[in-house]
Design a protein around this ligand. Structure first.
Ligand code: ADP
Ligand code: MG
Length: 605
């Protein structure tokens, strides 16, 4: 049964709290024994008072009852003490572990490759984190508060009732069997349905967070009704799957309740008959009545536990599914820590596919000396971003090798590799924190002066001065309170603060207007000095001065060389240049068909 395996794993997850867990489990065993001892002692005392059963001969005096009474009081006191211990620590333990588990999951998810994050919605990732850890907390709490002692009572102590009076004991055993069969039946009936319910829960989280991330689109395209309608439709599908499950469990609880009542009645009837025939004392009857009541309570707890495990199971399974996804990019044993690379980069026959079917880049080879600037051009989707993603190991290539300063990047520890490479992404990707905190992502110990200098160089000072609280202004989710160009300049400043020997600019200036871009261009050129820089850009000015241009087409490099060489060749690059670069550079329309064989370089400026 996967539920049992899951449960064992959840219990094993206690980690550093395992010792406390063991103490609580022992206390639970004690509580189960005490709960069992009380009715037995009670029955014995009644027998002594009514003169039935076997006891020391002679008149019943208070002194002769004292050992029994003392034992009874002793168990009572123990129940109180252990109860306090369990109540106090079970709650703390489960809350603590819930948060620890959540943090473990969070760290794990952040380390998962981008491929995981492209295919799994962040809304679902978040839902699984919250609900999975919550579900586990319930199981820990239930286990240490009630479930374990209930299981002990049933599993170990129930057979003992057979020794006390086998006829009455047998009735209790039958009761337990009926409960077990009923529960198993309901489990079988509802298992797949509950799995489906969880899929709908996940879809709900995805839909909601997807919509919340796109509120401007929803409002401007007047889609509020449609989006709400779609959410409601998922809700009704969820309910349609959940309702039969609930009905089955309601049926189970009614049936267990009925069989419990029947059992108590039968014990009383059978007990009376046995007593009249001299086969049971009054104490026996009283004792079995209270044992039966207690066991029924326990049985209901166990059924409740199975129900809870069943409801939380799919959530926890999803949690573990994500937790078990291993990061495909990780440190090799013995990976080196490189403090600072010089920055010579070499790609050798690198091929990569995101899904194992469609190639994203094929057989890409090139090299760049330290300090050089390499421009990557080509139509969108031709593999430029993917190529540079491989350089900072956003993913690893399926074949080929990438070396920096002659060292295969898979032999370098990931943290030091990424410390050496600064990336300005196409989307600025800012945090909903203050400007200062966003800059500190680049360098945690950056001083105010360094931040201001980086902002200056990224042409970002002027709009930050306009912010009411300057560096401490909070810029909204994904930096939404800034304009596209402002966001991009801030993300450039962030990369500058990192001051890496290798810099990747993936369409970093594409969100800027021509005037700002020209200003920024000067800054960027200065920034590129002394670092190996890879630029993906569609604008001529950026590409002109590159030491080398790589022309991508359909996942491959089809041409490479300097600007002059490529223009002289009048091949793919010249064609691209005519179609693309003129637009952004000066605002003129693209050139018409070229008059001569070569594109006159001057006309491009
Ligand atoms: P470029 O940067 O040149 O526009 P990309 O390197 O982003 O192109 O994309 C190359 C190919 O890989 C495209 O066909 C694109 O659809 C695909 N691709 C890009 N990113 C992903 C991803 N995260 N998952 C799956 N396919 C992707
Ligand atoms: Mg791209």
């Amino acid at each position: 049964m996967w539920l049992i395996r899951l449960y064992v794993r959840v219990l094993g997850q206690l980690g550093s709290d395992l010792k406390l867990g063991a103490v609580l489990a022992l206390a639970n065993i004690g509580l189960a024994i005490a709960a069992f001892a009380e009715p037995i002692l009670f029955g014995r005392i009644i027998d002594r008072l009514t003169g039935g059963g076997a006891g020391p001969a002679g008149p019943v005096t208070f002194t002769s009852l004292l050992p029994l009474l003392a034992a009874w009081v002793g168990f009572g006191l123990f129940t109180i003490g252990a109860g306090v211990l369990v109540a106090l620590h079970a709650d703390r333990l489960s809350h603590r572990r819930r948060l620890v588990t959540m943090a473990t999951y969070f760290e794990h998810v952040l380390e998962l490759p981008l491929a995981f994050h492209t295919s799994t919605h962040s809304g679902r990732v978040l839902k699984v984190m919250l609900e999975g850890s919550n579900g586990m907390a319930w199981l820990w709490l239930g286990f240490f508060r009630d479930h374990f002692s209930a299981l002990v009572s049933l599993g170990v102590l129930l057979p003992l009732t057979l020794l006390l009076n086998w006829r009455l004991g047998l009735l209790l055993v039958v009761l337990v069997l009926v409960f077990t069969v009923l529960t198993a039946l309901v489990l079988r009936k509802t298992e797949t349905l509950q799995g489906r319910v969880e899929t709908y829960h996940s879809r709900l989280a995805e839909q909601a967070s997807d919509a919340l991330g796109n509120v401007p689109v929803i409002q401007s395209f007047t889609r509020v009704k449609q989006e709400t309608g779609e959410l409601r439709s998922t809700i009704s599908q969820l309910l349609a799957a959940q309702t039969p499950v609930l009905s089955w469990w309601a049926l189970a609880s009614i049936a267990t309740r009925a069989s419990a009542t029947l059992t108590v009645t039968s014990i009383f009837l059978l007990g009376t008959w046995l007593n009249l025939n001299g086969k049971a004392t009054i104490g026996d009857v009283v004792m079995f009545m209270s044992i039966a009541t207690m066991l029924i309570g326990r049985l209901e707890q166990v059924v409740g536990f199975v129900n809870q495990l069943f409801m939380q199971g799919p959530k926890i399974r999803e949690f573990y599914e994500i937790l078990d996804t291993s990061p495909t990019v990780h440190d090799r044993p013995g990976a080196q820590n490189i403090d600072r690379f010089a920055g010579a980069v070499e790609f050798q026959n690198v091929s990569f596919s995101y899904d194992g079917k469609r190639t994203a880049i094929a057989d890409v080879s090139f090299s760049a000396e330290a300090g050089q600037t390499v421009a990557l051009v080509g139509a969108t989707g031709s593999g430029k971003s993917t190529t540079l993603g491989l350089l900072h190991r956003a993913f690893d290539p399926q074949s080929g090798a990438i070396r920096i300063d002659g060292i295969d990047i898979r032999d370098v520890c990931l943290a030091s590799l990424r410390r050496n490479i600064g990336v300005v992404f196409q989307e600025p990707m800012l945090f909903a924190r203050s400007i200062r905190e966003n800059l500190q992502v680049g360098r945690p110990d950056a001083t105010e002066a360094e931040m201001r200098e980086a902002l200056d160089r990224a042409q970002a000072s002027e709009f930050i001065l306009r912010q009411a609280e300057g560096l401490d202004s909070v810029i909204g989710e994904r930096g939404r309170s800034l304009s596209g160009g402002e966001r991009q300049r801030l993300s450039i400043a962030r990369a500058l603060l990192k001051n890496p020997p290798i810099l990747i600019l993936d369409e970093a200036t594409s969100a800027l207007d021509a005037a700002t871009e020209r200003k920024l261009q000067v800054a960027l050129e200065e920034v590129m000095k002394g670092r190996t820089t890879f630029v993906i850009a569609h604008r001529l000015a950026t590409i002109r001065n590159a030491d080398r241009i790589l022309v991508f087409e359909a996942s491959r490099i089809v041409e490479s060389g300097t600007f002059e060489e490529l223009v002289a060749k009048n091949g793919r690059f010249a064609e691209l240049a005519r179609a693309q670069f003129m637009v952004g550079a000066g605002g003129e329309p693209p050139l018409a068909e070229p008059a001569g064989p070569a594109l006159p370089a001057a006309s491009l400026a």
